[in-house]
Design a protein around this ligand. Structure first.
Ligand code: PRP
Ligand code: URA
Length: 211
């Protein structure tokens, strides 16, 4: 697994405001969208392209187009939905699949309550969106779904990660083509499975308590 941790003052600044418990939901949502736009630049570095020729007003020019089959973007509901618009702004021709997952607050195990993905992902590049990589259970399960359906490679974009989740994913994805792009790698998980210092419950801060 390749891991890229962003190192850019704009990202660190936006993350600082995002972490602030006094940042209200409208600003939190706007910051998540801005962060994904910045992180997607790195995450799409290896997006597959094919030659494309156009005529400029002066001469023919051969550049590139996004190769087919087009990439699949998969937000993990709920919190990953907050990253979708920013990603689609960068990859407007991508298709979108959905995975709904919720972590049990006691066992910290994820359950999948919704799945709308193409059956056959042979040869597809996939981009998974989830702001939080905590124990790694949710993202690990999402990667399993995609590789079982034939995805060729998966890039996951997370705003924050804990070392514990990173270690689990590294172990679970041996031999698979996985790239992880992070806004920051935090210190640890606390006893409730929350990332420290983190930003709290990303889904609740985006959309309110699911209660
Ligand atoms: C959060 C987050 C991840 C998951 C991370 O979702 O968005 O999907 O927890 O935790 P893990 O790495 O320990 O699996 P949550 O289950 O709270 O659902 P929500 O997005 O609907 O709030
Ligand atoms: N999910 C969240 O939303 N936040 C955490 O810190 C851990 C899991």
């Amino acid at each position: 697994m390749r891991v890229h941790v962003a190192d850019h003052p704009l990202i660190t600044h936006k993350l600082t405001v995002l972490r602030d418990k006094n940042t209200p939901s409208p600003q939190f949502r706007a910051l998540v969208a801005e962060l994904i736009t910045l992180l997607s630049y790195e995450a799409t570095r290896n997006v597959r392209t094919e030659p494309m020729t156009v005529d400029t007003p002066v001469a023919p020019y051969t550049g590139v187009a996004i190769a087919k089959p087009v990439p699949l973007v998969v937000p993990i509901l709920r919190a990953g939905l907050g990253m979708l618009d920013g990603m689609m702004a960068v990859l407007p021709n991508a298709e979108v699949g959905f995975l709904g997952m919720a972590r049990n607050e006691e066992t910290l195990e994820p359950t999948t309550y919704a799945e709308r993905l193409p059956q056959d992902l042979s040869g597809r590049q996939c981009f998974v969106l989830d702001p939080m990589l905590a124990t790694g259970g949710s993202l690990g399960a999402a990667l399993d779904f995609l590789f079982q359906r034939g995805a060729s490679d998966v890039t996951a974009i997370c705003i924050l990660a804990a070392p514990e989740g990173l270690t689990k994913l590294e172990h679970d994805t041996v031999g698979k083509d996985v790239t992880l792009v992070l806004g920051a790698l935090d210190q640890k998980l606390n006893e409730k499975g929350y990332i420290v210092p983190g930003l709290g419950d990303a889904g609740d801060r985006l959309y309110g308590s699911a209660g």
